[in-house]
Design a protein around this ligand. Structure first.
Ligand code: ADE
Ligand code: ZN
Length: 334
């Protein structure tokens, strides 16, 4: 099964580029940019990556992002992630970035987006990995800041396919962002949102109703609400689930208790993703292996995660058909 998973074609739909900052690169960039970090060694960083909930992770994650200053830094972090994609046979990836984490520190929006985009273009040319870029608003900040971010994105509309919503879920209802999401939709952006990670199923309903999202990031609390579950199944509303993240942030105590396989078997369009792999101990292959170790499955069921992700992605119908064919051929030959 591990061999099958390693070479299985994969599509990632929930990945925060700031969450791919490995401690080695953090030290390198801290040195290059003369930024102080509160760690003496790589081991110390890894020890600090022990979290008891989402907020305890976010505090460390925003601190880590301080070493990202120049366009080349954003290029380097993105390129390092794409090389991991190549190792894991990820054929297509849809990447989040958090502009406000950087603009709040005086880094220009252009610096961030140009560095990431340059790496994605090289990834397409040299590695054959296709990609889309989604900018997230931070839900702990206010509506005004989200509107400012949306206006900064205007000159980069050709590089950004959609807007999302991330950061602290509890205490920050999605309603605060209804107007800015409406404006983003009017400008032609697609929408997604984190919901139902730590928060209740009603947050998923609100994201669907108020933000008109094409898919839900996480969404694992949908199991609490059978009517919502029926809606997700009937309308094929995708969930971008992040199994190792959910264990590290104590959404579930153990992978055996995770509901992703139950949701798959019920017919929900669930997908496997790595979220913030440098912080949660694994990229795509690691997430697939962790799920199948805890929940014995057939190869065709495992491949269904990729088929679902292709369906849920923002690529063209022709490209979807091409990726489904690659995946089906792989499955048939395994
Ligand atoms: N930002 C980065 N990772 C996140 C997560 N898992 N939930 C909310 N915001 C995030
Ligand atoms: Zn996330």
């Amino acid at each position: 099964m591990k061999k099958f998973i390693q070479a299985l074609p994969k599509v990632e739909l929930h990945l925060h580029i700031e969450g791919t900052l490995e401690p080695e690169l953090m030290f390198e960039l801290a040195k290059r940019n003369n930024v102080d970090i509160p760690f003496q060694s790589i081991e110390e960083v890894r020890q600090a990556y022990s979290f008891h909930n989402l907020q305890s992770f976010l505090d460390i994650y925003y601190q880590g992002a301080n070493v990202l200053i120049k366009e080349q830094d954003f290029f380097d972090i993105t390129w390092a992630y794409l090389l991991r994609c190549q190792e894991d046979n990820v054929l297509h990836t849809e990447i989040f970035f958090d502009p406000q984490t950087h603009t709040a520190r005086g880094i220009a929006f252009d610096t961030v987006v140009n560095g990431i985009h340059r790496a994605l273009a090289k990834g397409s040319d040299e590695l054959g990995i296709s990609s889309k870029l989604i900018m997230c608003f931070l839900r702990h900040l206010d509506e005004k800041s989200a509107f400012e971010t949306l206006s900064q994105a205007k000159p980069h509309k050709d590089k950004i396919i959609g807007v999302g919503l991330d950061s602290t879920e509890i205490g920050h209802p999605v309603g605060k962002f209804e107007r800015v999401f409406n404006e983003a939709i009017n400008q032609g952006f697609l929408t997604v949102a984190h919901a139902g990670e730590e928060g209740p199923a009603s947050n998923i309903r609100d994201a669907l109703d108020l933000l008109k999202v094409a898919r839900i990031d996480h969404g694992v609390s949908c199991s609490e609400d059978n009517i919502l579950l029926d809606q997700l199944i009937a309308q094929r509303i995708p969930l971008t689930v992040c199994p190792l993240s959910n264990i590290k942030l104590k959404v579930f105590d153990q992978m055996e208790q995770h509901n992703i396989v139950d949701l798959l078997l019920k017919g929900v369009c669930v997908t496997i993703n790595s979220d913030d792999p440098a912080y949660f101990g694994g990229y795509m292959t690691d997430n697939f292996i962790a799920v199948t170790d805890a929940h014995p499955m057939e190869k065709a069921q495992v491949a269904q995660f990729t088929i679902n992700a292709i369906e849920a992605s923002f690529i063209s119908d022709e490209e979807k058909e091409r990726l489904v064919n690659i995946t089906q051929t792989y499955l048939d030959q395994s």
